[in-house]
Design a protein around this ligand. Structure first.
Ligand SMILES: Nc1ncnc2c1ncn2[C@@H]1O[C@H](COP(=O)(O)OP(=O)(O)O)[C@@H](O)[C@H]1O
Ligand SMILES: CC(C)(COP(=O)(O)O)[C@@H](O)C(=O)NCCC(=O)O
Length: 309
């Protein structure tokens, strides 16, 4: 897989990155470490210290610039609009670890800036429900650009930026494999909103405005294809283990059936759907991100690319 364009990015080793802003940061408390382990016990706490803490400082630099530009614009226009949410996009392949990265970021930002309300949504919730995908003959295209209700997502982000209260983001469940009717994530005037999804840096045709127009900072989570496939299959295994106890789970029949056959099916879905989506529609958006986090085996971040301009 091709790496970031070296012309407009600083290529930084993990060692260089972790040397940024090391001083004066209080160590994570036992409760915070437990909280992180609580949502994924595989996460390396070394990564949290070495990668995510410098990252929050970088985001703070962008936030200061954002606030100052907003105030400057208000002064110029002789008006007061107040601060609008700072929006962070997290992009990357299916199963590369976007949602894990986004949750970590949410937790560490909230800890670093205790007065800021940090909220998180995922664009999976803006997929059309399976019934609608079926009508549009798109069931085998889940995750591709046309499977999302982009106008809805754009309108939603516009409302977030306009300071609207009590917004309801629809919710997708991997284990139901569909949108959950009547469920939602509340977005209520956050100071920081993290928007995570495979499509967040895409430039769909027929849209006057893109999702990324609402972003004040963006991250692309990157890794070699073979590793992402491995993580996809590991997650599939974990989904089967959960499903075996629940007949209503989408994966229940696979969990009860022959495990090798189930994995053969998952491999085919990876090859025909998610890998194709990665190659054709997700990877081309990588060089639009402000920061690229490159992961190697065991999800360890080994290289970081920071956009120069
Ligand atoms: N930093 C990490 N350390 C350990 N495991 C991780 C890490 N990030 C992701 N994973 C695992 O990789 C799989 C895919 O991660 P997930 O966050 O669900 O990806 P995405 O949101 O990109 O589809 C999951 O099984 C998750 O537990
Ligand atoms: C819902 C998704 C499009 C989004 O993926 P995510 O980034 O949340 O893992 C994906 O998990 C998916 O369901 N893809 C379709 C093919 C499949 O894996 O079943």
């Amino acid at each position: 897989m091709e790496t970031a364009n070296p012309i407009n990015y600083y290529a930084l080793s993990r060692k260089t990155w972790q040397s940024f802003y090391r001083d004066g940061i209080p160590p994570l408390s036992e409760a915070e470490l437990q909280q992180i382990k609580g949502f994924n016990d595989q996460i390396s706490l070394q990564d949290v210290r070495d990668i995510y803490i410098p990252l929050t400082h970088l985001i703070h630099v962008y936030m200061k610039e954002y606030e100052s530009l907003q105030l400057g614009k208000d002064l110029f226009m002789q008006q007061y609009t107040g601060l609008t949410p700072f929006v962070i996009g997290v992009a990357g392949s299916v199963a590369v670890g976007k949602s894990t990265t986004a949750r970590l970021l949410q937790m560490i930002l909230a800890r670093t800036f205790p007065k800021k309300d940090v909220q998180l949504i995922t664009t999976d919730g803006f997929l059309y429900p399976n019934s609608e995908l079926e009508k549009r003959n798109l069931l085998s295209r889940k995750g591709f650009p046309e499977s999302y209700d982009m106008p809805h997502l754009i309108q939603f982000l516009n409302q977030v930026k306009s300071g609207k209260r009590g917004l309801k983001a629809p919710v997708y469940s991997h284990s139901v494999y569909d949108i959950i009717p009547d469920a939602y994530d509340l977005v209520d005037q956050p100071d920081i909103l993290i928007v995570e999804g495979i499509n967040v840096l895409q430039l769909p045709m027929n849209e006057q405005i893109y999702i990324s127009d609402f972003f004040d900072f963006s991250v692309y989570v990157d890794a070699d294809e073979a590793l992402i496939e491995q993580w996809y299959l590991e997650r599939f295994g974990a989904l089967l283990d959960i499903a075996v106890k629940d007949p209503t789970n989408f994966y229940y029949p696979y969990a009860k059936g022959n495990r090798d056959e189930a994995f053969r099916m998952a491999k085919k879905v990876w090859q025909d759907v998610n890998l194709k989506n990665l190659t054709d529609f997700i990877l081309p958006t990588k060089n639009r991100a402000d920061l690229i986090l490159h992961k190697t085996t065991h999800h360890k971040i080994d290289k970081i690319f920071l956009r120069k301009y």
